[in-house]
Design a protein around this ligand. Structure first.
Ligand SMILES: *Cc1c(COP(=O)(O)O)cnc(C)c1O
Length: 360
């Protein structure tokens, strides 16, 4: 092996840590650490997946045409400008591979999603972290950090793990400021939880340098199946498709995703239930003196006095069989990210935290 070494940057990657899913010796675990859908997925998606099992000996189609057509119809987008991937993570990977390389800079923000620096390092690029203002993305700080080497700016809107959003005017200003210099990746993983929000589609139409990514893992409840998609101008999609393996998605993935996106009644049900219990949960936390910003996603970032108190609250929740996410790795040591579950889940969280805080 002497003389054989991985490419620059690869050994600097800190392995992604996913939400835990079990507590030793407990069978009543409530997993609220990965922003999964408490209502599961659409019945129609499950049926479509099972039906695809009859054709396991066939190769899937390579162009994803029926799925892209369904996404296009439901979201009012041009199917020819959609690319589908193994989770939106794969689409984000195509973007990084295609547009950044050794020594280039990729901008992410202070509390940004941890996949962005991983993807940057994987292509030898340098992740540059820009500060946020009160847990909100600061467009001026991003623009001030742009250099000759900047190729990509990644942001999630709503953001994870803060749940905050950037205004349309600020996004416009950012895209315009990056024009001809860098791509803006608008990650809309939680877009469907925001009533009336287009997830960044309008931004793509208005600016040549914007890519929107979306996922079936969150509101559609298909995280276990791994399907995501991206939307950009045709030239960009043509570039990304050259990096995509022809058979990246299986027939079962595509069938389930198509049924899921077409089941708009289920999507609406999930958005409405999430909004109702998110608001109930944040009110209850605030009444106990636990800080939380208004969240636009399917989780709440609860802020405690300091890292020790957050650790204590985490331990108290675990003692009740509830797993939430520590977010010290996201620059928020005093925080716990709690997925908004169904009514029973939210009540269980509030009861455990009330006991921890010594309130009734
Ligand atoms: C969950 C999440 C995704 C989705 O990733 P998939 O690969 O589609 O499962 C993307 N971006 C952010 C910010 C997320 O929180």
């Amino acid at each position: 092996m002497a003389g054989i070494a991985p490419q620059p940057g690869i050994m600097d990657i800190a392995l992604y840590v996913s939400g835990e899913s079990s507590i030793k010796g407990r069978t009543d675990v409530l997993k609220l650490s990965s922003n999964e859908n408490p209502y599961g997925c659409s019945e129609k998606a499950r049926a479509a997946y099972l039906a695809a099992a009859g054709e396991l000996h066939r190769y899937p189609n390579t162009d994803h045409a029926p799925l892209r057509r369904a996404i296009g119809e439901v979201h009012g987008l041009d199917p020819d400008r959609i690319i589908c991937g193994v989770g939106s993570d794969e689409v984000l990977q195509f973007v990084t591979q295609a547009y950044a390389g050794t020594g280039d800079e990729v901008i992410t923000t202070e509390h940004g999603f941890s996949m962005y620096p991983i993807l940057a390092r994987a292509v030898g690029a340098v992740p540059v972290t820009v500060g946020e203002r009160e847990r909100c993305i600061d467009v001026d700080a991003i623009l001030a950090a742009v250099t000759e080497r900047t190729r990509i700016v990644f942001l999630a809107n709503p953001a994870n793990p803060t749940g905050t959003m950037v205004s349309e005017a600020d996004l416009d200003r950012l895209a315009e400021g990056l024009k001809d210099r860098a791509l803006l990746v608008h990650d809309g993983a939680y877009a469907e939880f925001v009533e009336g929000f287009d997830g960044g589609a309008g931004l793509v139409e208005a600016h040549d340098n914007v890519i929107m990514t979306r996922t079936f893992s969150k509101i559609h409840g298909l995280g276990g199946l791994r399907i995501g998609w991206g939307y950009a101008r045709r030239e960009v999609i043509d570039v990304l498709n050259r990096l995509r393996q022809p058979f990246n998605l299986s027939q079962g993935q595509m069938a389930a995703a198509e049924a899921a996106v077409r089941d708009t009644a289920f999507t609406r049900f999930c958005r409405e239930e999430n909004a109702r219990w998110r608001s109930w949960l944040s009110d209850a936390l605030r009444q106990m003196g636990i800080g939380c910003d208004e969240s636009h996603a399917n989780f709440i970032l609860a802020r405690f006095g300091d890292a020790d108190e957050a650790a204590g609250a985490d331990a108290a929740l675990r003692a009740e069989g509830i797993i939430v996410r520590r977010v010290a790795g996201y620059g928020l040591p005093e925080g716990l990210r709690i997925t908004v579950g169904d009514e029973a889940a939210c009540r269980r969280v509030v009861a455990a935290l009330a006991a921890f805080r010594g309130v009734r």
